[in-house]
Design a protein around this ligand. Structure first.
Ligand code: SF4
Length: 219
């Protein structure tokens, strides 16, 4: 513990070593956060089985202080998205993300959550949750192993280690961060952030027709 808390280059007298740590506010703040990251449980497909396995005795991610899987977004520090993200699930995931308190993170576990995976071309599948949520760590591959998930979670810890209260802690700044508009699910998924582009695309004449939607005769 003292090694991870001590600021590098600071000499502790021999007689106090093991009892005293000299550190910075950033370091102790991040040390507390990185060792008590509570995941929001969200298992969407087969990757969820690997996630469950990582929490069980063999891999045991409670070693990292992450064992308290929360069913409530209001008690979670990061969203662990494990599995295929369907269009039907996206509004729920965005709503849950908005309900999480800052600081919050997103981990995309597996090829499906990262980029659509083997179902990328499917009519019902979103090609990566990063189209809607800001992903902090991607864990590639299909299926994703518990070892890879542990490695991804350690990458998240490294990211937290490098954050500073002065420049990165936007959650303490006035106004905080704006919620992400929850997409609307109709015949297809509508991202409200792109509503102007969608409106312009719907007004553009179809290929092969003029502006009044009349067919253009072939020369
Ligand atoms: S990445 Fe592979 S193992 Fe994971 S949810 Fe997709 S298909 Fe299943």
């Amino acid at each position: 513990m003292k090694e991870s808390l001590n600021s590098p280059g600071v000499q502790i007298p021999e007689e106090l070593s093991g009892q005293v740590a000299i550190t910075t506010l950033d370091r102790i703040y991040n040390w507390g956060r990185r060792n008590s990251l509570w995941p929001l449980m969200s298992g969407l497909a087969c990757c969820a089985i690997e996630m469950i396995c990582t929490a069980a005795s063999r891999y045991d991610f409670s070693r990292f202080g992450m064992e308290v899987m929360r069913p409530s977004p209001r008690q979670a520090d990061f969203m662990l998205i494990s599995g295929t993200v369907t269009k039907k699930m996206v509004p729920q995931l965005v709503r849950l993300y908005n309900q999480m308190p800052e600081p919050k993170y997103v981990v995309a576990m597996g090829a499906c959550a990262s980029g659509g995976g083997p179902f990328k071309e499917g009519y019902s599948v979103v090609p990566g949750i990063d189209k809607f949520l800001p992903v902090d760590v991607y864990i590639p591959g299909c299926p994703r192993t518990p070892q890879a998930l542990l490695n991804g979670l350690m990458k998240l810890q490294e990211k937290i280690d490098h954050q500073t209260l002065k420049s990165d802690a936007h959650w303490y700044k006035k106004g905080g961060s704006a919620p992400i508009p929850v997409p609307i699910l109709g015949p297809d998924l509508i991202d409200l952030r792109k509503i102007e582009q969608i409106r312009l695309a719907s007004q553009a004449p179809e290929p092969g027709t003029d502006e009044d939607n009349h067919e253009v005769p072939h020369e």
